[in-house]
Ligand binder design. Structure first.
Ligand code: APR
Length: 241
């Protein structure tokens, strides 16, 4: 039995919103950003994840995301992704992910909102509304959209608008339970989504590290990795301890 809030009032029509970050994919073998050895220790955000980086060295930016995409094709969803998908059988589950990987979808989650874009898609560097599926792992310099502009990764870089933030806020505002999995809550506007939950709606965070949650009196922290933390939450939700 874990000492988490009573969730006994939740039923099959209750909306559970998961807000996931890099930690949910860590056990699949994808590096997080801010842990020891994380991606932002190996690369500078400013060299690979900003519009300025793309303007000054598009080859480097393209190579960085091509490598991420190549790695994504070699990994599989883990127990946490699978448990979140499994909960769809019992609740109205929505996933909001900051991750650009597709592991929630590959695990079977039917409703996934991508806050920071999708690694397996490209977009026109002239018109962000032109988005395409990528065959394989590589966008090559010289690959162009239908208007003749170079294709870039379909990811939201630092300093760019987050077009999906409003639909994400709407989902959180409708939630009966908000579960935050594997995110350091360092990046806005994503981290601000916790403020949108209605008063009294429980917030459960699953993350092995300490998190800044003192603004959220309704928050409970399961200090575990995503796989075991999700397993415990599932048992609790389904009344099995
Ligand atoms: N299970 C659960 N959580 C884990 C695990 C694990 N196995 N391993 C690490 N974590 C946690 C870390 O403790 C940390 O709190 O995952 C979190 C990862 O935090 P970040 O690396 O900051 O990733 P994230 O919060 O997703 O970053 C947000 O920042 O760089 C941008 O656009 C990028 O979407 C990303 C955004």
């Amino acid at each position: 039995m874990i000492n988490i809030p009573d969730l006994g009032s939740l039923h099959s029509k209750s909306k559970i919103v998961f807000l996931s970050g890099a930690g949910v994919s860590a056990e699949s073998g994808i590096s997080t950003f801010r842990d020891n050895g994380g991606l932002w220790e190996q690369y500078s955000i400013y060299e690979v994840a900003t519009p300025e980086a793309w303007a000054s060295n598009p080859e480097l930016v393209q190579r960085f995301y091509n490598q991420r995409r190549k790695q994504l094709l070699e990994v599989e969803p883990n127990a946490a992704h699978l448990t979140i998908a499994e909960l769809q059988q019992h609740f109205d589950v929505e996933v909001i992910t900051q991750n650009v990987d597709d592991l929630h979808e590959r695990a079977g989650s039917g409703k996934v909102l991508y806050l920071h874009g999708e690694l397996r898609k490209s977009q026109s560097s002239a018109d962000p509304a032109l988005v395409y599926d990528i065959e394989g792992w590589e966008i090559k310099m010289g690959d162009c959209c239908e208007k003749g502009s170079q294709l870039r990764p379909h990811v939201v870089w630092f300093g760019e608008m987050v077009p999906m933030i409003e639909p994400a806020q709407e989902l959180v505002a409708q939630s009966d339970l908000l579960v935050v999995v594997g995110t350091s809550l360092n990046v806005y506007p994503a981290a601000g989504l916790l403020h949108v939950a209605r008063p009294g709606v429980p917030i459960i965070a699953i993350d092995p590290a300490e998190l800044e949650l003192h603004h959220f009196p309704a928050a409970f922290h399961i200090r575990e990795k995503a796989g075991t933390g999700m397993q415990k939450l599932k048992h609790h939700l389904l009344g099995k301890g």
